[in-house]
Design a binder for this molecule. Structure first.
Ligand code: ADP
Ligand code: MG
Length: 303
């Protein structure tokens, strides 16, 4: 179990993180979300022991995670960290990078392990390719596989799919997160992409103003966002009667008190996002068909 107790940290004078408390159970998938600059990467680096805390403690079970002042070599065997900038060995192949820290004592087991990981990140065809010849997205896959190679107890992932294109992202995400669950590896994923969270995270921590602004299960935070920041993470929303209402919660009815004038329709694939006006306030809602500018329609909130 990972426990963060009353953590405060500053690079210079002003704290980036203040009085942070959090607990992560074995095998659990935890998402750290927040705007750019909110301290997600900093928090992951602190969990890894990259810097000394100004205040507080971090424990993995009974081991205290210590910064460079107290621990000469950064990092622990039970923990792996994949940064936003991944450091690979460019002049050796993909499989050599993945197996870099695996023992050569049992060559067959080693090969099996590497093959399994190549499948997880879908790089089997590139096993013998030198890393310097790969695209950014492919390098990110190698970094993921290498972090998984030694089966850590906890994996820290900073924007793990940011360099992967949309064609391949969905599959890779499912593969990696399912693999982690299968092996009971806990993970902490820093991200601003709701696709990395929904369907995968067991719990979410929202960073804002140096602290944890909200926390809970994805479904709970989605249903009761409590702040515009959290609602915006999940999608287009409106504030009606001081309540957060997602665009997909509004539907057209014959008559209601919510009379809006259509401004613009945006094609979104399986639906249209409609921008409309209600007495000067912009209201966003979803509809199966395109609506014409200046159409007047009535909306109802469906819960
Ligand atoms: P996020 O990952 O959520 O975008 P970061 O953890 O990278 O946020 O950054 C949090 C804050 O700390 C930002 O204001 C950033 O400018 C600052 N910061 C990040 N790294 C450093 C550093 N090495 N030295 C000084 N300030 C930093
Ligand atoms: Mg970051």
């Amino acid at each position: 179990m990972l426990q963060v107790k009353n953590l405060t940290f500053a690079y210079q004078k002003t704290p980036v993180l203040q009085a942070i408390n959090l607990t992560i159970n074995p095998g659990e998938n935890t998402a750290i979300i927040g705007e750019s600059g909110s301290g997600k990467s900093t928090l992951l680096k602190l969990l890894y022991g990259k810097y000394d805390l100004n205040k507080g403690h971090i424990f993995w079970n009974d081991t205290e995670i210590l910064g460079p002042k107290h621990n000469l070599i950064v990092g622990y065997d039970f923990m792996k960290y994949v940064a936003q900038e991944f450091e690979l060995m460019p002049f050796i192949t993909v499989e050599e990078n993945i197996g870099k820290h695996l023992s050569n004592f049992f060559p067959e087991e080693k090969k099996e392990r590497i093959d399994e990981l190549l499948t997880v990140v879908d790089l089997t065809a590139f096993a013998k390719t030198k890393v310097k010849l790969l695209s950014g997205g492919q390098k990110q896959r190698v970094a993921l596989a290498r972090a998984l190679a030694e089966t850590p107890e906890i994996l820290l992932l900073d924007e793990p799919f940011s360099h992967i294109d949309n064609f391949q992202k969905q599959d890779l995400r499912r593969n990696v997160f399912n693999y982690l669950k299968e092996k009971n590896i806990a993970c902490v994923v820093a991200t601003h992409d709701k696709e990395d969270v929904l369907g995968f995270a067991d719990q979410i921590f929202v960073l804002n103003n140096e602290s944890i602004a909200a926390q809970g299960k994805p479904e709970m935070l989605y249903k009761e966002p409590k702040s515009a920041l959290v609602a915006a993470f999940f999608g287009e929303f409106n504030i009606l009667n001081k309540t957060f209402i997602y665009a997909n919660q509004l539907k057209i009815v014959n008559k209601s008190d919510l009379k809006v004038t259509v401004k613009k329709s945006y094609f979104k694939g399986s639906y249209f996002l409609i921008e409309s006006l209600l007495e000067g306030q912009t209201i966003m809602f979803e509809h199966h068909a395109e609506l014409a500018k200046n159409d007047v329609v009535y909306l109802e909130i469906s819960k």
